[in-house]
Design a protein around this ligand. Structure first.
Ligand code: NCD
Length: 341
C-alpha cells in the first residue's frame, strides 16, 4: 500500500525535504559549526536540552551514524541511551514488533534514532509514533538514509558553493545502496543537475528513484564503467558493494564475474583523481572496501573525512529542532514511498 506520511516531526525520507527546508538546515549547520568551535558557546549549547533524552536503536552495524548522532545529542545537553545490536540485545529477539518498541521508547525519550534492516520499517514505526516521539531514520534496509544524504549534500554545497548545475557521478551498488538512493532524491530537487549512475548491470538504481529523476526533469545516464567520467564530473559519490544484502549465491556469482573479467571493479585511484577537474570532489558515505584507494586520501579532491565531520553539524540541527518540538520539514512529500520492500 502506498501512503504519504505526515513527516514534519520525523526524519523518514529525503523526499520530505523541500529546497527551502534544506537551505534552512544548511544555514543552521553552518551556525552549529561556529558554535562548536568556541568553548563558551559549547557550554551554552550543553545547557540547551537539559532533561531531554535521545535514544539510539540500531538493528544493523554502524560506526559513524550512531556515534555521531549520540555526540550531537550530548553536545546539545540531552542524555543518551543506545543499543548497537538491537537485533540481538533488544526485545526484538523475543518477537517484539517495531511498533511496540517505538511506543516503549516514547515513554522515556523525545527522539529515537533508529536503523533497521527492513525497508519501510521506519514508516511503520512513525505511523504509531505520531507526535509521541520523533524518529530519525538512520537507514532502513535497502530503502533510505536521509541524514546521510543531507550531510552529503551539505558537504557538496560547502565544497562547491552550490547544489545545482552539478554533474555528479553516483557510483557502486546502486540497487541496494540506501545512501545513493537518498542522495539522488535530494539532487533531483535542484535545477540543472545531471547524474551519471555508474554501476554493474546487476546493481542498477531502482526504478522508483529513476521515476523521481524523470518527474523532476533531472537528466541522468546509466553506465557500467568510470571510463570518460574523470574529466567531466564535478562530484564523485563512491559507495561500496552492499555485501550483507546479498545471498551467498549472489556474492559467489559476482566474484566469478569479476574474476573472469565479465565485470570490472569500480575503483577511484590516484591516476583517476589526477585526471579530474581541479575543483572536483570525491566523497563516500563509508565504510569503504577498497573502492577508493588509500593514496587518494592525501589528494585535495578527497573530502570524505571532512564529510564525516559535517555529519555532526547536520545531526545537531535535526536533533535540536526535534527536541524543541519544531518541524524538520514543511511537510512536502513529493515522492510517496511504499510501506514495504
Ligand atoms: C552507510 C549505510 O549504513 O547505509 N553508512 C553510513 O551510515 N555512513 C553506507 C554503507 O554501509 O555502505
Amino acid at each position: 500500500m502506498t501512503q504519504v506520511l505526515s513527516t514534519e516531526n520525523h526524519v523518514l525520507s529525503a523526499a520530505q525535504f523541500s529546497t527551502e527546508d534544506l537551505a534552512g538546515i544548511f544555514a543552521e549547520a553552518d551556525q552549529m559549526r561556529k558554535l562548536m568551535a568556541n568553548e563558551e558557546s559549547c557550554r551554552k549549547l550543553a545547557g540547551r536540552h537539559v532533561g531531554k533524552h535521545v535514544t539510539a536503536l540500531f538493528y544493523e552495524p554502524s560506526t559513524r551514524t550512531r556515534l555521531i548522532s549520540e555526540r550531537a545529542a550530548l553536545a546539545l545537553g540531552a542524555t543518551v541511551t543506545s543499543t548497537e545490536n538491537a537485533g540481538e540485545f533488544s526485545s526484538a529477539v523475543k518477537g517484539e514488533t517495531i511498533e511496540d518498541t517505538v511506543l516503549t521508547l516514547a515513554q522515556f525519550a523525545q527522539v529515537a534514532v533508529i536503523r533497521h534492516k527492513e525497508k519501510g520499517a521506519l514508516d511503520r514505526a512513525a505511523a504509531v509514533a505520531g507526535n509521541k516521539i520523533s524518529l530519525i531514520n538512520a537507514g532502513d534496509g535497502a530503502g533510505e538514509h536521509p541524514t546521510q544524504a543531507k550531510l552529503d549534500l551539505y558537504t557538496i554545497n560547502y565544497e562547491m558553493g552550490r547544489t545545482d548545475s552539478l554533474h555528479t557521478a553516483i557510483i557502486g551498488d546502486l540497487a541496494k545502496g540506501r545512501t545513493a538512493r537518498s542522495l539522488a532524491i535530494l539532487m533531483s530537487k535542484f535545477k540543472n543537475n545531471h547524474l551519471t549512475l555508474v554501476s554493474h548491470r546487476n546493481r542498477r538504481m531502482g526504478d522508483d528513484i529513476k521515476q523521481c529523476l524523470d518527474d523532476s526533469g533531472t537528466t541522468y545516464t546509466e553506465t557500467d564503467t568510470l571510463e570518460g567520467e574523470a574529466e567531466v564530473a564535478d562530484v564523485f559519490y563512491m559507495t561500496r558493494e552492499q555485501l550483507e544484502r546479498r545471498t551467498a549465491v549472489a556474492k559467489f556469482v559476482q566474484k566469478q564475474l569479476v574474476r573472469h573479467g565479465f565485470v570490472r571493479p569500480l575503483v577511484i585511484d590516484e591516476g583517476m583523481v589526477q585526471r579530474m577537474k581541479h575543483d572536483a570532489i570525491v566523497i563516500h558515505p563509508f565504510p569503504r572496501n577498497g573502492e577508493i584507494t588509500r593514496e587518494v586520501d592525501a589528494m585535495p579532491q578527497a573530502k570524505y573525512f571532512d564529510q564525516m565531520g559535517n555529519g555532526l553539524f547536520i545531526r545537531m540541527v535535526l536533533i535540536d529542532r526535534l527536541l524543541r518540538g519544531e518541524s524538520v520539514s514543511s511537510g512536502h512529500a513529493p515522492m510517496a514511498h511504499t510501506a514495504a520492500a
